[in-house]
Each structure stands twice: as C-alpha cells, then as structure tokens.
Design a protein around this ligand. Structure first.
Ligand code: GRF
Length: 191
C-alpha cells in the first residue's frame, strides 16, 4: 500500500506513521508527504527519512480546485492509493474527494462528535469534561464529520494542565493511528 501523509505543522503523527512502516508494524510505504506549509517542521521530518515532499502555497493558486488538481497529479505520479491526513489544517474540497473518498482518513484530538474544529484539546479542557480522547475517521466534505473508524479515550485528571493533557492525547495518537491504519489495510475493504 503506497500512502501519502498530509500535514500542515509539526508532523509528529506523520513521523509515528513513518516509523511504524520502517519497523514493519504498518505494512505500507509513505511514498509522499503533502503540505500546504512549505516551512512546516513536517518537511524536515519527512526529508530526514528520505521521503519526497510536495510542498505548495495555496496563495500561489487560483483557489482550492486548482491546488487540489496539482495534488491529485502528484498522487497519481507517485501511485498513491490511500491518503492519511495528520494535522492538515484545511477542509478537503471536491477535487480530492472525488478521487479518494473512502480512501482518505483523518485524526482528530477529541471524541467526535464532541469538539470538532480548531484546538479540540483546549476546547475539551475549557469545557471541564472528565473524558476526552482521539478519533480516526473517514474524510467527507464536512469539518471532522466523516464516519468514525476508531476512538480511544483519555481521562482528564484534577491535576492535568492543558500541556499534560496535550501530551497524553498525542501519545495516544502516535500509537492509535498506525495501529488503525494497519487494521484498515489488512481488512478486506482495501484489498
Ligand atoms: C494532532 O493533534 C491531530 O490530531 C490534529 O492535528 C495535530 C497534528 O499534530 N489533527 P502533529 O503535526 O502530527 O504533531
């Protein structure tokens, strides 16, 4: 399975996925990293593993359809069959959905449908809920709204700060994402 990881920021999830492919616990190859932020740390991380990066600036294009068309061309060139969004901070448009709906997943740091959108960890902390977590879901045209594939909960303790909560959530993300992808790729659906 040749996959592309999409990220806009640090890329710690991208790196966890890459490491799982190197260890062989995830039977896939990250053949391309796609980012809309050419200066993001994920670029360095990908390059340190020798992975090609397609970095583009949306402002150089005349709208979402135009840059997504360019992404699709790259995905075809690299023979990518599955898209993994990991902190890609854009709503996916028609062009990408047309080609890849059902073969595109995202990770979100809350128990959806609670706390969609930006700063989900902060939203959960402010709301003083006792339990939050991580969700992996298929991508559709909405914001964090596609069918849910996997979830894991995280308890918010009295002494947690936003920072300790963030660390707990991220630690779960880094194991749940590669494991869930492996389950998806070995299930009949994607073979
Ligand atoms: C993660 O918390 C992910 O759930 C969210 O964006 C964050 C990306 O972090 N969608 P990183 O770039 O993988 O470190």
């Amino acid at each position: 399975m040749r996959i592309a990881v999409f990220a806009s920021g640090s890329g710690s999830n991208a790196e966890a996925i890459i490491q799982a492919t190197k260890k062989g616990t995830l039977d896939a190859e990250v053949a391309l990293v796609v980012t809309d932020k050419p200066g993001a740390k994920v670029v360095e991380r990908a390059q340190s593993y020798g992975i090609d990066v397609f970095a583009f600036s949306p402002k150089d294009y005349n709208g979402k359809a135009a840059f997504e068309q360019d992404i699709v061309s790259k995905l075809k060139k690299y023979d990518i069959s599955f898209l993994v969004l990991a902190g890609y901070m854009r709503l996916v448009g028609e062009t990408l959905l047309e080609g890849y709906e059902g073969r595109m997943v995202n990770i979100h740091p809350s128990l959806l449908p609670s706390f969609p959108g930006l700063d989900a960890i902060g939203q959960a902390f402010e709301a003083k809920v006792k339990i939050t977590g991580v969700t992996i879901h298929y991508v559709d045209s909405g914001m964090d709204s596609g069918p849910i594939i996997a979830q894991e909960s995280v308890r918010i303790e009295e002494n947690d700060t936003i920072e300790t909560l963030r660390q707990k959530v991220q630690a779960i993300e880094h194991t749940l994402y590669p494991e869930t992808l492996q389950q998806l790729f070995t299930s009949k659906e994607h073979n």
